[in-house]
Design a binder for this molecule. Structure first.
Ligand code: ZN
Length: 187
């Protein structure tokens, strides 16, 4: 690399850090570290917050879901819709905490599993274990892997193989399907 090339790559990295605020939160370097994040997800759960288990199935009728969810939540969770990119304030959520299903409160991701993918949707490189089921959908002709909440069956997003190392996964989640529970009430 020429000196100029080195300079540009340093500047690039600097800008990236400023843009994404990624400088402080180190991403795991190995699958062992990812497994640690998965195993220890409860460390990000706020004190005194009770959450359900994936096995405690929540089955409601379409009408009941209609009462429980607002129109945007219903469209994504119960009709497999997709929100507009950049629509969710959770894109910029960087506090420590838990991202849970807005339909049933099942914890799905921790703040340590989130990364900035640049897509305009909240993105995660791994999940809390055992919280999603998957199906293959052909809505965009090319097959995509759809994923949904194990507890309530609500659609959350699609998982792609262009995420960061070491998992290589990008769990591309509709922000409207999530609710954020900060670890600390003070934020
Ligand atoms: Zn759910």
């Amino acid at each position: 690399m020429t000196r100029r090339g080195v300079l540009w790559s340093l500047l690039g990295a600097g800008f990236w850090t400023v843009l994404t605020g990624r400088g402080s939160a180190a991403q795991p370097a190995s699958m062992k570290q990812v497994e640690e994040l998965q195993k220890n997800w409860r460390a990000l759960l706020a004190d005194g917050v009770k959450v359900p288990l994936p096995s405690e199935a929540l089955k409601l009728s379409k009408e009941e879901w209609g009462k429980r969810l607002d129109a945007a939540q219903f469209y994504v969770l119960r009709a497999e819709g997709t929100e507009r990119p950049g629509a969710s304030s959770l894109n910029n959520e960087k506090r420590p905490g838990i991202f849970a299903c807005v339909g049933c409160n099942l914890p799905l991701f921790t703040s340590e599993m989130k990364y900035e993918s640049g897509t305009g949707w909240p993105s995660f490189f791994t999940t809390i274990p055992g919280v999603f089921g998957t199906t293959t959908d052909y809505k965009l002709i090319l097959p995509r892997t759809e994923y949904h909440c194990m507890r309530c069956g609500g659609h959350h997003g699609h998982v792609f193989n262009d995420g960061p190392a070491p998992t290589g996964k990008r769990w591309c989640n509709n922000g409207v399907a999530l609710k954020f529970i900060p670890k600390s009430a003070k934020g």
